[in-house]
Design a protein around this ligand. Structure first.
Ligand SMILES: [Zn+2]
Ligand SMILES: [Zn+2]
Ligand SMILES: [Zn+2]
Length: 187
């Protein structure tokens, strides 16, 4: 079993069972229970395939902790995702670990789009789309569905390259979105 550094993990037995964890000086926050090794190995492999660097949460700038969706009933069963790796009060950082970063289209204003999810009941519920970052009064009504293979789009929820005036709003949307997903996954 290797940690996210790609180095052999170390293990230790506690009253809660045996766990593998990162043995490096600057920990990658890897930890997995002995009976979940296979799951984590597959998840780490999926993450490595994206060739993305180990993400850091924005608030603490700490290497994020990899988790795996363990609910057999979920379509996302077995998928890796990253959360804040801080020991104490965690921030709301959340992203899938097995998706490639995607480029967001620009709206008719030439602004990078924001990503929203259909909340209304119906055929398109939970589909993800791109739209104008401006609010109702000044929207250019740009609209585009996100391609299905990009539904695990959380890597795009990094708004750092966007103009400052959009930042606050977008971060709010992102947080709102992530929180709702986190609720769904009971994190
Ligand atoms: Zn490590
Ligand atoms: Zn954090
Ligand atoms: Zn626009």
């Amino acid at each position: 079993m290797n940690c996210l550094h790609g180095k052999p993990a170390v293990y230790s037995t506690t009253s809660n069972g045996t766990f593998w964890f990162c043995g490096q000086n600057s920990s990658c926050n890897f930890i997995c229970a002995e009976n979940e090794c296979y799951m984590f190995e597959k998840a780490i492999m999926a993450w490595r395939c994206t060739e993305q660097p180990h993400p850091r949460c924005r608030e603490h700038n700490k290497l994020a902790k990899m988790c795996v969706v363990k609910d057999l009933m979920k379509e996302s069963y077995g998928r890796p995702f990253f959360v804040c790796g801080e020991k104490g009060k965690k921030c709301s950082f959340w992203m899938w670990g097995d998706v490639y970063p995607i480029a967001k289209p620009e709206c008719h204003h030439g602004l990078p789009c924001v990503i929203r999810k259909v909340k209304k009941e119906g055929l398109n519920k939970d589909r993800v789309f791109f739209c104008c970052p401006n609010d109702k009064e000044c929207t250019c009504r740009f609209f585009e569905w996100a391609p299905d293979e990009q539904v695990g789009f959380f890597q795009t929820v990094n708004f750092s390259e966007e103009p400052l005036e959009n930042k606050e709003k977008n971060n709010y949307l992102a947080t709102e979105f992530i929180n709702s997903l986190a609720n769904e996954l009971k994190l």
